[in-house]
Design a protein around this ligand. Structure first.
Ligand code: FEO
Length: 171
């Protein structure tokens, strides 16, 4: 049994991860409609990862005998100024998710819920990688994105991204 405040935060995190998947699909759609299929591929895979994150939080809640409550997922309400803009917004979004996970971590520590702290350790590390990848995309775009050949090569690089299942497995 977990502290009810922690369960509430974990359920909210399921919703935030599913919203992240929605947001990244929206970004994929933006690039797809502009014939940048590599960028679209990168964001479709990112959306798959977010769904995985949601499923991990869901499973953790259920494994602890708690109720998993699905909440409404908001439609992404964003517009993109140019090709670089989704990359910047994705980086900002990852920073928001990191803060959210750190907030649960902090709350779990305060109530001595060390099981949840241990579960969240994987996400703390994962967020470090997520932020780095998103920041790398912005930096690469700043270096090469304004040149058509550079944009073509970046799109090809993004096309090469393949999905891999999360290293964390919950039975
Ligand atoms: Fe689930 Fe990109 O954080």
């Amino acid at each position: 049994m977990l502290n009810s405040d922690i369960v509430k935060l974990l359920n909210e995190q399921v919703n935030k991860e599913l919203y992240s998947a929605y947001l990244y699909l929206d970004m994929a759609n933006y690039y797809e409609s502009r014939n940048l299929g590599g960028f679209a591929n990168w964001f479709v895979i990112q959306a798959q990862e977010e769904r995985d994150h949601a499923m991990l939080f869901r499973q953790y809640i259920l494994n602890n005998g708690e109720e998993q409550i699905l909440m409404q997922i908001d439609a992404p309400d964003v517009t993109y100024a140019d090709y670089k803009d989704p990359l910047v917004k994705a980086f900002e979004h990852e920073q928001y998710v990191t803060a959210s996970i750190h907030n649960i971590y902090d709350a779990a520590l305060k109530v001595k819920d060390f099981r949840t702290v241990q579960f969240l350790d994987w996400f703390v590390k994962e967020q470090g990688e997520e932020e780095k990848n998103a920041d790398d995309n912005v930096k690469k775009f700043e270096l090469f994105g304004s040149d058509p050949k550079g944009l073509f090569m970046l799109d090809n690089e993004m096309k090469a991204r393949i999905y891999s299942a999360p290293s964390l497995i919950l039975d």
